[in-house]
Unconditional design. Structure first.
Length: 369
């Protein structure tokens, strides 16, 4: 290396060292109307966020650990906000958050932590942990809206009357305010829109599934004026089709969702790649409709030989297209069997898994025996 090359390299390092810091927002919220709506509000106020959703129980700690591992990979100069909403977490989860944040701060990361909740059962924790905010009088979406308004009040979202009305509808439904009849009924239609959106596996494509839910809810804004809840309810399938179609041809929702998910599988095939006795396949998680999706993926990716899907309870589904006998694979690895191109089984002593990363680490060693 010449002196000129060395000087250029040092200049490049200085550019990296002196690069401006970035702000990252990691938003963990419940996987229901109130939880998704809280994320919609935060996105409108705070800009792009990294969004995660969870039910209750061990899934919370799994998602918190995932967020911690993501922050750990970012430069120390960046600013990080961990925002949690609509989750009445346990004392053990609170301790875990403190451990994660404390460890990251100790290694030099800049982190702000805030939990915004409305569940009465969290009262004791709100007293114990300074970052735990509780207000039983509002839904989580309304709490996030008020918190964001106070934080960045001089912004377009704060002046958006339509967004404020949307929040009021979610609040009326979540708190069951039947005296606010129009808002309550519109909130019911919003809830149906969320509950019916199961076309994308949250276990496999969590970020894409979140984008799907938020996009559907934003499409519902068109029906807010006059609280057209019945029109919204009538159009739920059409709204979902519009998103899944992405400008493509009209078709049934089953066909549209199959094409949409197959495209995601193809785009993510490298990160999902597994190997078994010289055969290349992909590992999926709670994907559903495995026969249709498996056939579509394998026909478009001829260099892959099989697809292995794991269900929530550890049930295994295998699909192939003639390059490997998956019935033999199922019998050998998962105590199952079936046909050459379609087989199944079950993972022995399966422990409930909440992230794809956890699943991959569990299954990959089984295949590489």
């Amino acid at each position: 290396m010449t002196f000129s090359d060395l000087r250029e390299r040092l200049n490049d390092l200085d550019v990296v060292k002196n690069a401006p810091s970035k702000n990252y927002i990691y938003h963990l919220s419940h996987n229901d109307l109130d939880g998704y709506s809280a994320q919609l509000v935060a996105k409108r106020f705070l800009g792009q966020t990294k969004r995660f959703n969870s039910g209750y129980g061990l899934e919370v700690s799994a998602k918190l650990s995932l967020i911690g591992s993501l922050i750990e990979k970012t430069p120390n100069r960046d600013e990080n906000l961990i925002l949690i909403s609509d989750l009445n977490i346990t004392r053990e989860d609170c301790k875990l958050i403190n451990e994660i944040v404390g460890s990251l701060k100790k290694s030099g990361h800049k982190i702000e932590l805030k939990l915004l909740d409305h569940h009465k059962s969290g009262a004791a924790l709100a007293e114990e942990f300074e970052w735990y905010f509780l207000d039983e009088s509002k839904c989580a979406t309304k709490i996030v809206y008020d918190w964001c308004s106070e934080r960045v009040g001089d912004c377009e979202a704060a002046r958006d009357k339509e967004l404020g009305e949307y929040v009021a509808c979610v609040n009326a439904y979540d708190l069951w305010l039947e005296d606010e009849r129009d808002r309550f009924e519109f909130g019911k239609a919003l809830n149906r829109l969320v509950m019916d959106a199961r076309e994308i596996s949250s276990a496999l494509f969590s970020f894409e599934e979140n984008d799907y839910h938020l996009s559907l809810l934003e499409a519902a804004f068109e029906y807010l004026e006059g609280y057209r809840n019945i029109d919204l309810d009538d159009q739920i399938i059409a709204i979902k089709k519009s998103y899944l179609r992405g400008g493509g041809e009209r078709d049934t929702i089953d066909n549209l969702s199959a094409r949409f998910v197959t495209k995601l599988l193809i785009q993510n095939r490298d990160r999902m790649k597994v190997n078994y006795e010289g055969h290349k396949g992909i590992l999926t998680f709670q994907i559903g409709n495995i026969s249709v999706l498996g056939n579509a993926f394998l026909s478009q990716c001829p260099d892959y030989d099989f697809i292995l899907d794991v269900g929530r309870n550890g049930n295994i589904s295998l699909r192939a297209d003639g390059k490997i006998d998956v019935s033999v694979m199922a019998a050998k690895l998962f105590g199952g069997g079936g046909h050459a191109n379609a087989a199944g089984g079950r993972i022995k002593d399966f422990k409930e898994t909440y992230t794809y990363e956890q699943l991959f680490d569990r299954i990959a060693p089984i295949l590489n025996v």
